[in-house]
Structure formats: C-alpha cells, structure tokens
Design a protein around this ligand. Structure first.
Ligand code: ATP
Length: 219
C-alpha cells in the first residue's frame, strides 16, 4: 500500500550541477517542514536567468545520481521535457491539480530567489497553489523594501506549525545550515582545472568527468 502523503516539498532549480548546498537543504527542509516527500524539479529552459551550461538531460541525470538511496527524494522531470520555457507557476498549478486541493505543498526556494521573485512570471500567484518555503543563504537577507517585501507582510510566518492546517498561501522562512556553495563556483573550479570533490556527490563528479561537462570555456 502506498504511503499517505502529509505534506509535499518541491524544490525547483537549474541544478547546473546539483551540489551539497542543495542536498543538505533537502534533508533539513524535510525535517523542518515534516515533509513526507520532496521532489526536485530541474528546469528546462529557465525564463529568468542565463541558459544552463549543461543540457537538461545531463542535469536531471546528475540529480538522479545525487539522491540515490534517499527514498523520500525524487526527481520530477516534467520541465525538462518541455520545449518551451518553464514557468514555476504553471508547474505548481499542474501539481496542485494532481494532488488535489487539500495536501500542503511547499515550493522551496533560496533567499537569493526570494529577493528577485518579482522578476518571475505571475509571481504573486505562486502562493495560490502552495506555501513558499524560503531557505536562508549566505550573503542574502530577506527583502525589506520593494514589491516583494510589501507582498510578504501579510503572508510571512516564522513557525511552520502554523501552516499544517492550510494547503498553501503562506511564506515561511526556514533557518538552516548555510553552506556557501554554488553551482557557479563548481563550474568555475572545473573550468580552471580544479576539483569540486566533496562539494558534489562522488557519483555526480564521476558523471561530470565521464561526459566532460563544464570543462570548456563556457562560463
Ligand atoms: P548558480 O550558481 O548557477 O546560480 P545555484 O547554486 O544558485 O546556481 P540553483 O540550481 O540556481 O543553484 O538553485 C536552486 C535553488 O537552490 C534556488 O532556490 C537556490 O536559492 C537554492 N540554493 C542553491 N544553493 C544553495 C545553498 N548553498 N544553500 C541553500 N540554498 C541553495
């Protein structure tokens, strides 16, 4: 018999490549929000940032390798298989339809993403379909001015226990380990012939080497 889902986390990103900052965040988000499962959602063609360096199928393959052995983690490849740009709000709407109106959904993003949320397509509608779980990240603070800050005033809550009764609509700031690791740094290391070992899982590094990813002047 399948597990009864209590709450589902969704962690979108470019994952170019996935690194220990993403993975440690998954572990802590699960515990903090008491999630039954967490789906990693690699984007295909991201609308609000430069194109990824590695093809979508490579980024998805690295994610699959990275989460091996963690049954509550999975990779949702729906955006990867889309030819058009992927918008988080469309993905969330589809997920809400799939899981029905009552299951708490958490769309998880880093603080850097919150700071520029107003550049996302239909960003205010994200919370129509899910809660927003914002993960602290080194060097980034909660926005204090501008449209995002104003929008947050009525939505923000510090205590995840307040969210369990609702399926979406709120924003929770999640204080967790802040590992100063980024995909940009890992690509930079590889491009300049240095090793990202221990910043990415061994299986991911093996995959990068095998497929000669990030090794040319592509940054
Ligand atoms: P890049 O350096 O290419 O911009 P990135 O390391 O920020 O990549 P993304 O794939 O863009 O990784 O991030 C996906 C999500 O994970 C984003 O919401 C981002 O804020 C979050 N994230 C990335 N790195 C960390 C980290 N070290 N700690 C917490 N959250 C992170």
């Amino acid at each position: 018999m399948g597990q009864v889902l209590k709450a589902l986390g969704l962690f979108g990103g470019t994952f170019d490549p996935v690194h220990i900052g993403h993975l440690r965040t998954c572990v802590e988000l699960r515990e903090y929000l008491d999630l039954s499962a967490l789906h990693l959602v690699p984007c295909g063609v991201p609308p609000h940032r430069a194109s990824p360096r590695a093809a979508a199928h490579h980024r998805a393959a690295m994610l699959r390798l990275a989460i091996q052995g963690e049954p509550y983690l999975s990779v949702d490849e729906r955006e990867v298989h889309q030819e058009r740009e992927s918008y988080s709000v469309h993905t969330l709407r589809a997920l809400r339809q799939e899981f029905g109106p009552d299951l708490p959904l958490y769309w998880c993003i880093g603080m850097d993403a919150l700071a520029t949320l107003d550049t996302w397509y239909c960003w205010r509608q994200l919370t129509d379909y899910a809660h927003l779980a914002v993960v602290a990240r080194p060097g980034w603070r909660r926005p204090t001015g501008g449209e995002v800050a104003e929008w947050l005033v009525d939505k923000i809550t510090e205590d995840p226990a307040h969210l369990e009764q609702r399926s979406g609509g709120r924003v929770v700031i999640c204080e967790m380990s802040q590992l100063p690791v980024s995909s940009t740094h890992i690509r930079e290391l590889l491009k300049t012939g240095r090793s990202p070992r221990y910043l990415v899982p061994d299986a991911v590094l093996e995959y990068i080497r095998k497929h000669e990813l990030y090794q040319r002047e592509m940054l």
